[in-house]
Design a protein around this ligand. Structure first.
Ligand code: PLP
Ligand code: COI
Length: 363
């Protein structure tokens, strides 16, 4: 399918917004254009890049009532050769289709998703943030817009991609460890449900837990499984911990945990890093004991937006808290962060073909 281009002149906001004195926020800025494509009569049509603008959908659109919507989160990086590269974008496109299947939505061929994303980045390449530690956040998403109040899958869908020149997800970036609330009060996902997909509804369901966490000074909840026995993940990242023998432990992927591309990458990079990385089910009681006894020395979260976010402290509803190690960023988390971001920003050679250059075709 061809992509039609309907382009505007570069917006004069570019210069002022990309060179602020403060760090760029996460997810707030937009570029000039977006990619859109409609699924009607059983096929994808009208693929185009158009100026960033509002959608017009009927008030009865299925997405507004029953949340038939999915999304992805990926990033592009500027390398020392001044070229822009997407990172493992094929994995995001594949997961988009896994989420589509989970919510009875049509798949979009992986190669076409990549073509759409690369063309959009090429068109808006002037928007690339030049600040240290910044990247271009890529947000593909899909929703049904049939005007129908019966609970059933739609027959009309929009797939779109927007871009956001962004700074770190947590305002202090890697420089300050985060806090997680351990609670049995909220659960992110149930077995047999949509936890393994990037379904919009999962995030709507996590908002109350997120606000609850804030009351305890925590950034997010560390979710447990529905039996309150095992660690699952946080609201926007997988969880990891590191034992005193240097082993990195990530909870085993189940249908209630999102299969993080960052976690999978760290597992694949274990050899390069000289680390032992394992996945297993982790009992919360044992985890807390091991943090207290010093058997667990570091912990944190893995995610595209979160990158590697070390946790300094776990807090509990009774107001008590425990520090991991000395509550600061540990040396192994730092090593993983530096290697992973070194690879993403092109300072370390990519021997796996994870970085894909955005060819200059339109600008
Ligand atoms: N878990 C959840 C619930 C997420 O939303 C994300 C973010 O995408 C992750 C984990 C991390 O996944 P990834 O590394 O693929 O971004
Ligand atoms: C990501 O890490 O890209 C995510 O999608 C998480 C989030 C901002 C919801």
């Amino acid at each position: 399918m061809e992509i039609k281009l309907n382009l505007k002149k570069p917006d004069e906001r570019i210069k002022s917004q990309l060179t602020p004195k403060d760090k760029l926020p996460f997810g707030k800025l937009r570029t000039d254009h977006m990619f859109v494509c409609d699924y009607t009569d059983g096929s994808w049509n009208n693929a185009s890049i158009i100026p960033y603008s509002d959608f017009s959908i009927p008030p009865g659109a299925i997405v507004l009532h029953y949340a038939q919507a999915i999304f992805e989160g990926a990033k592009a990086f500027m390398h020392p050769d001044n070229e822009i590269y997407t990172f493992r974008i094929d994995k995001n496109a594949e997961r988009m289709n896994i989420s589509a299947d989970c919510l009875c939505m049509p798949e979009m061929p992986v190669d076409f998703q990549i073509k759409a994303i690369h063309t959009l980045i090429d068109v808006d390449r002037l928007w690339f943030p030049i600040q240290e530690g910044a990247s271009l956040y890529i947000r593909p998403f899909m929703f049904s817009f049939d005007d129908s109040l019966g609970v059933h899958p739609g027959s009309k869908y929009k797939y779109a991609v927007i871009l956001s020149p962004s700074g770190p997800y947590y305002p202090d970036g890697f420089s300050k460890p985060i806090k997680l609330l351990i609670t049995k009060k909220f659960h992110r996902a149930t077995p047999g449900g949509t936890g393994y997909a990037k379904a919009a509804g999962n995030y709507a369901a996590s908002l109350k837990a997120g606000e609850f966490a804030k009351k305890f000074g925590a950034n997010q909840v560390l979710y447990l499984d529905t039996t309150n026995t095992y660690i699952e993940e946080a609201g926007a990242m997988n969880h990891y911990h590191i034992t005193s023998d240097g082993t990195v432990v990530i909870p085993e992927f189940t249908d209630t945990i999102l299969k993080s591309i960052t976690s999978q990458s760290i597992i694949e990079l274990a050899g390069d890093l000289g680390l032992n990385v394992v996945q297993k089910r982790i009992k919360i009681d044992e985890f807390i004991e091991d943090v207290k006894s010093g058997k667990i020395v570091e912990a944190g979260g893995f995610g595209t937006a979160a990158v590697i976010s070390p946790v300094g402290t776990y807090v509990f509803e009774d107001g008590s808290s425990i520090d991991v190690g000395n509550g600061q960023i540990g040396p192994i988390s730092k090593k993983i962060y530096e290697y992973y971001t070194g690879l993403q920003y092109g300072k370390i050679k990519d021997s796996r073909g994870w970085l894909k250059k955005v060819e200059k075709m339109h600008v």
